[in-house]
Design a protein around this ligand. Structure first.
Ligand code: SF4
Length: 333
């Protein structure tokens, strides 16, 4: 993992860079290591220090984040970088309490940065550690009710010596050995102490309350191309889903099929098919309308010239829409 300091470097006295620890922890929320790796490399190549990120244009950061999801994190990332740059002289605070006061840093991230970057004996409880604690102590209360007990169990194990290494080790144990399905108990360093293993119930823990089924919402997105190849896009409002990201103008996403309300006059066609995408709280089925237009004055959004249009700058659902219609586009006249 590119944000880690190797054991050899640690022995040589190299300390983790709080900026890189914070960035990786924010990126890793709700996402996998595999998905984050390239984004982390891209961000640290473009903005190697927190002060560089703080000075970046909002649109550039949102575009670089596109595809990673949970876009409120990107907006908070920028806010936090700017507070660190302007109010803390470009240096991250080094305690959990002071980290918690920064925008977008919750209890988990504050504890993780304090432990990993500053070797504070803070307890880090992510989904991996919850699973390890539930099994180690055979906690049968289902999640999320079990969280306080799991936190208490995890806190009692957090050592005063090398708490940063411990925090990363216990998270790695959950990610690589004590995995959700088929934990590798045979190579687990905690096997002799593990109550779930002793009782043969590791596959049943942690218990979880059944999740409510997600509703389905529907909507329409309008993809308009001008004669010179420019595309009509809009920046979504800061508040709400995909806030601050570029997207195709379209309807609200609701339970009922919306009325046709295009953002510009054109001969709209239905390319067939629909985009399907799942957000945290609902499934989306998005119909598309496509048009080539000679109009220049849309009711909403603005044309992005062809040379500046990069599908990779769009959030995933919007990029899926472009991918779906791009093969059906007639050549420009
Ligand atoms: S012994 Fe098995 S169930 Fe227990 S902590 Fe290790 S991997 Fe997880």
């Amino acid at each position: 993992m590119p944000w880690r300091v190797s054991p050899a470097d640690r022995r040589a006295g190299v300390r983790p860079d709080p900026y890189r620890v914070w960035l990786s922890e924010v990126m890793l929320q709700q996402t996998t290591v595999a998905a984050v790796r390239d984004y982390f490399r891209k961000f640290t190549a473009i903005w190697p220090r927190v002060t560089d990120l703080a000075a970046a244009a909002d649109a550039d950061v949102m575009a670089a984040w596109a595809g990673l999801g949970y876009y409120a994190r990107a907006r908070n990332l920028l806010k936090c970088a700017r507070v660190v740059a302007h109010e803390h002289g470009g240096t991250f605070p080094d305690t959990r309490e002071r980290l918690l006061a920064l925008p977008g840093i919750g209890p988990y991230t504050a504890a993780a940065v304090a432990a990993i970057a500053f070797d504070r004996p803070e307890t880090v409880l992510d989904g991996n550690v919850e699973r390890v604690m539930a099994r180690l102590h055979a906690v049968e209360v289902p999640l999320p009710m079990a969280k306080p007990e799991l936190m208490d169990r995890a806190a009692r194990l957090t050592p005063q010596a090398r708490p940063g290494d411990y925090a990363q080790a216990v998270m790695d144990l959950g990610a690589t050995i004590c995995t959700p399905r088929g934990p590798a108990c045979g190579i687990c360093p905690w096997r002799d102490d593990c109550q779930a293993h002793a009782r043969g119930m590791q596959a049943d823990l942690p218990r979880k309350l059944p999740k409510a089924a997600k509703p389905t919402r529907v909507g329409i997105a309008y993809l308009a191309r001008r004669r010179d190849g420019a595309w009509l896009l809009e920046t979504r409002p800061d508040k709400g889903l995909l806030g601050g990201m570029l997207g195709w103008p379209g309807s609200d996403w609701a339970e009922k099929v919306p009325a046709h309300d295009p953002p510009i006059d054109a001969d709209w066609r239905d390319p067939g098919g629909e985009v399907r995408h799942t957000f945290t709280h609902f499934h989306l089925r998005l119909s598309l309308r496509v048009a080539d237009t000679t109009e220049n004055e849309p009711a909403r959004g603005a044309f992005v010239p062809a040379h500046r249009f990069r599908p990779a700058d769009l959030p995933t659902v919007m990029r899926k829409a472009y991918d779906l219609i791009s093969a059906t586009l007639p050549p420009l006249e």
